[in-house]
Design a protein. Structure first.
Length: 166
């Protein structure tokens, strides 16, 4: 059975942490997939707390690239599902590794693979669970960075999450 992990912004006590979007394309959450490793994305999503029903939808993306966003708050992926053993994820935390981003420096991405682009209203959210036979693979001989990115016409708070198998 594959080990499964979840990454979402939260405090040590388990309270969710909101991440603010921007009017520029911004990374909300990133998972570092080390070189010579592979993960399969089980599901992902983001909920938003917009206050105006007249705000335009924004763009929400799941994808992976060859360059990390930096300036994040490190997070340690938690085991997810019915795992008997608690084995640490290969996708370790760090400000430019597995992290969430109150602010971010996007970096210059040379290679980007879009996995699931969506438009989403800032008063709602989006989630996707991939069928077991169609889970996107992320990884290669070089490190890859799975990212949830967003761009809205107004800044809005969100709670991003991603679940993967190793």
């Amino acid at each position: 059975m594959a080990r499964q992990y979840i990454a979402t912004p939260a405090t040590a006590a388990g309270a969710l942490v909101e991440v603010t979007t921007s009017t520029a394309l911004k990374t909300l959450l990133q998972v570092n997939v080390p070189a010579n490793s592979e993960i399969r994305v089980v599901g992902w999503g983001c909920s938003f707390d917009g206050v105006s029903g007249t705000d335009a939808p924004g763009n929400l993306y799941l994808g992976h690239g060859d360059v990390a966003a930096s300036g994040g708050t490190s997070l340690t992926p938690a085991t997810w599902g019915e795992q008997i053993e608690t084995i640490a994820s290969d996708c370790i935390g760090g400000a430019a590794l597995t992290a969430y981003f109150p602010t971010s420096t996007e970096g210059t991405i040379a290679s980007w693979t879009m996995l699931d682009p969506q438009q989403c209203h800032p008063q709602s959210g989006y989630s996707m669970w991939f069928p077991s036979d169609a889970r996107p693979r992320v990884g290669s001989t070089a490190a890859r960075f799975l990212r949830i990115r967003a761009q809205f016409a107004v800044a809005v708070n969100g709670v991003p999450w991603v679940i993967w198998q190793e």
